[in-house]
Each structure stands twice: as structure tokens, then as C-alpha cells.
Design a protein around this ligand. Structure first.
Ligand code: FEO
Length: 404
């Protein structure tokens, strides 16, 4: 792909990764892109590098516009490997270029590269760099989602280069939101935003809120947001800002995700009357079997719903390993504003449902108790209990949802 013009003199020079499906354990069924941006001004500036394997593609895009040796500044918004591992190769073509980075970024960078000969300029929020007609304003965004993270705002162009924030794991020939929704759909794009937020940014909702507030206080006019993954928001940048604010404020669907695994189908059979009870209370419900679902999709489905019921068989008196794995992932993401309960089956000794509750409580979620268990196979009598359990849980979900 050739460089793509964002604004007069500002180009996307990144790469599309059509094939990546496992992004450090996060499943990416749509692939992704590594976006970086070249600003042609009196002092030519590159914002971000790309993943090492894609460096030659980015260099080719840069060369289509200018010889890399002419790059005067490189801004490193984020040092994670998918953006910075190609930095030293690019830097080798412009050895005199200054690097603009946060102090925490500098400390991290020296763990990846020998930067002893590099001219590093550390920046903090409010610092600016005049590169000719344009001025770059740096805004630190620590823990969004690494300590080093920052954004770069091109004042005269009202362009926010936002690194990971507002990105999506989408590989597409479309570079912009309006192009993408023409060839796919807005709902597909929204889904990719939610997926990205749920799996990467869920723990940082409070930081996202305060950072968006800070951006408002800075009175930045933003008419384009260019993230480091996926499509660039040029038609409606306010949409993704609002989506982030809504998610940070705990927005969820009035729905339930039943997330379970099963050994001999008993726990699986329990999901049906529970689901029916939930539906009969007028609440949407989705059933997700863990062994049939990539982890990141199960996490996304959890995040989309206000309520979750976790189902597990009992194996050697503890919960099923795939359920445990899911809860471990979830706990790391520090979910909030969700109500959860548990159900499960056992043969001769229980224990799994109790363990699930212990995990849910450790996460600080709103808890619906008691859970429900059946021995061996759900009987007709059990099915009635399960149906009522589903109805009762749905009523609690509606009550809890009304608080948001
Ligand atoms: Fe896309 Fe945090 O790297």
C-alpha cells in the first residue's frame, strides 16, 4: 500500500498486518495495522515506528515521499514492540534525528536498544515542538495503556495522533472510518472499538475519563483522530470519544452473558432453562461456551452485557480449568459496573460454584447469590429451579442496570 494523505503534508506511512490472529494472546480475527505518520514540514517529523517485521514496508512508504535521511525528528508516542521494535532500523537511516519521548518511555527504550548515541529529548504534557508551519503538542497518557504512553496533537491541523487509544484491530484497505463503514458497516467498526477497549483498556476506565476531561480543558479542537491501529477517525472523531466516555462510565447493554464450560454436557444443559428465564423477563441473553470461543471474544461478550452468569462443572472439587482461565483473564482486566452470579454441576462433591463466587468477589463485582447447582444431570425439577434462577437474575440485572 502507498502512503495515504490525511491532511496537506501529513501521511500515513504504516503497514497492514492481514494475518495476525494472536496478538500477545489477544485473538485478532480481523488482523490489524501498525500506523505511523510522516509530517512534511520544514523539519520533517515521523510520529511512531512500526512492528519490526513491517519496517521495510513503512520505509518504502516513507521513501515514496522523502528520503528517510531527511527525517529531523521522530516522536515515539509508545514503546510497546508493535510500534517501537522497528525504530532502530528506521533510525539507522536518519542517525541525526532527535527522538521525542516521555521520561518513562526513554527508560523503557534503553532496555530494548542501545540508545547511548541517540539524541533523546524527553517531553511532558504541554511541551511543544515547532517544526515549521506546524506545532506539535505532547500530552502524556500514562497507563493508557503503558506508563510511557503519550499522544501528539498537531495544533494547526486539529489532528490528534492518539497511539493505542481509539484504535481497533482491523486490517482493511480502508484507512478512514467513512471508507470502512462503506465497505463493512458502522456496527462492525463499533464492535472492533468495543473489542479493543474490553481486552486492552478495561482496567483504565477512570484514567480514560480524566484524560478526556483534560483534553477538553486544553480546549483542543479535534477534527481528526489518528490512532496507531485500525482506521483513522476523520468523518466522526467525536463518535469514538463518546464511545470511550460511555464505556469508561460503565455503559453496558441490558443483557446477560452466560459464560460456561462443560464436561459431560450437564452444565451445558443448565444454560437452556436459565436462558429461557432471562428471556422471559425481557432481557437479552447470549450463551458462550469457553472451549469453543477465543478468550478475547468471551471477554468482549462479558463486557458488553450488564450481567454475567458463569457456569462450571466440578472437576476434582474445583472449577473447570477453562473457567478458571477465563476468570484469571477477567480479574486482570479489573471489570466494574457488572453484576455476576454462578451455576454448575457436580457428581459426588461440589466446590466449583463456591470457587467461582470467591473469584467474582475478589474482582469486586456486584454479586448475585446464591448460585445454583445440580447433581449429575438436571432433572425436570432442576430445570424449573434453573428457569426461576434465570428469571430472578434477570430481575436483579434490570434493577442494577437502572442505576446507570
Ligand atoms: Fe499497540 Fe500498546 O501497543
Amino acid at each position: 500500500m502507498n502512503p495515504v494523505r490525511l491532511k496537506e503534508g501529513i501521511y500515513w506511512v504504516g503497514a497492514i498486518d492481514w494475518a495476525v490472529r494472536d496478538f500477545h494472546g489477544y485473538i485478532t480475527p480481523r488482523g490489524t495495522t501498525y500506523n505511523n505518520y510522516l509530517i512534511l514540514d520544514e523539519e520533517i517529523t515521523l510520529v511512531d515506528a512500526v512492528k519490526e517485521d513491517f519496517t521495510e514496508i513503512s520505509l518504502k512508504n516513507i521513501r515514496a515521499l522523502v528520503e528517510p535521511s531527511k527525517i529531523r525528528h521522530i516522536v515515539v508516542n509508545h514503546i510497546e514492540n508493535d510500534h517501537a521494535s522497528g525504530l532502530d532500523r528506521i533510525k539507522s537511516f536518519c542517525p541525526d534525528a532527535d527522538i521525542y519521548i516521555t521520561e518513562r518511555g526513554r527508560k523503557g527504550l534503553e532496555r530494548f536498544f542501545d540508545i547511548s548515541g541517540w539524541n533523546i529529548k524527553t517531553v511532558k504534557t504541554g511541551d511543544t515542538l515547532k517544526i515549521g508551519k506546524r506545532t506539535l503538542l505532547f500530552i502524556e497518557t500514562p497507563m493508557l495503556h503503558w506508563p510511557d504512553s503519550m499522544m501528539t496533537y498537531v495544533k494547526e491541523e486539529r489532528l490528534l495522533i492518539s497511539q493505542d487509544a481509539f484504535g481497533q484491530h482491523i486490517a482493511s484497505s480502508a484507512r478512514f472510518d467513512d471508507e470502512y463503514i462503506t465497505c463493512e458497516s458502522m456496527s462492525e467498526l463499533e464492535d472492533a472499538v468495543v473489542d479493543y477497549y474490553a481486552n486492552i483498556l478495561m482496567p483504565f476506565g477512570h484514567l480514560i475519563k480524566s484524560k478526556i476531561e483534560e483534553l477538553k480543558k486544553l480546549n483542543l479542537e479535534i477534527d481528526m483522530i489518528a490512532p496507531d491501529h485500525g482506521v483513522i477517525w476523520r468523518q466522526n472523531p467525536q463518535k469514538v470519544l463518546q464511545m470511550y466516555l460511555d464505556m469508561a462510565n460503565g455503559k453496558a447493554n441490558l443483557s446477560v452473558a452466560i459464560i460456561y464450560d462443560t464436561m459431560w454436557h450437564s452444565t451445558e444443559q443448565m444454560t437452556l432453562p436459565i436462558m429461557q428465564g432471562i428471556r422471559d423477563e425481557g432481557v437479552d441473553c447470549k450463551v458462550i461456551k469457553l472451549r469453543a470461543t477465543p478468550m478475547s471474544i468471551a471477554i468482549k461478550e462479558f463486557w458488553k452485557a450488564r450481567g454475567a452468569l458463569i457456569g462450571t462443572p466440578t472437576l476434582n472439587n474445583i472449577m473447570y480449568p477453562s473457567v478458571s482461565e477465563f476468570l484469571t483473564h477477567l480479574r486482570g482486566l479489573r471489570p466494574k459496573n457488572r453484576i455476576a452470579g454462578a451455576f454448575g454441576s457436580y457428581g459426588w462433591g461440589g466446590g466449583a460454584v463456591k470457587e467461582v463466587y470467591e473469584e467474582l468477589k475478589r474482582m469486586g463485582l456486584e454479586i448475585y447469590e446464591p448460585g445454583i447447582q445440580v447433581m449429575y444431570r438436571p432433572s425436570l425439577e432442576d430445570e424449573k429451579r434453573l428457569y426461576e434462577f434465570g428469571k430472578d437474575f434477570a430481575r436483579m440485572v434490570k434493577e442494577y442496570h437502572a442505576k446507570f
